[in-house]
Design a protein around this ligand. Structure first.
Ligand SMILES: [Zn+2]
Length: 64
């Protein structure tokens, strides 16, 4: 464990890079992390994007 060297993603273990391109999927994933999974800030952008993408597909079928 190395303190002060940034956080790593709880899912894939990659370092969390807050800089970078925002996408609608990352935005959706972040919203889900804050409102549903309560793990906001623990996942990298890629995992947020993957979650957001899957959730949007799933929610489209289930609730829209
Ligand atoms: Zn990740």
């Amino acid at each position: 464990m190395t303190a002060g060297n940034g956080m790593t993603c709880a899912l894939c273990g990659e370092s969390i890079d807050r800089a970078g391109e925002e996408t609608v999927f990352a935005d959706a994933g972040r919203w889900l992390a804050e409102n549903h999974w309560q793990d906001s800030g623990m996942l990298c952008r890629l995992c947020l994007e993957n979650r957001g993408r899957l959730a949007m597909m799933y929610l489209n079928e289930a609730e829209l």
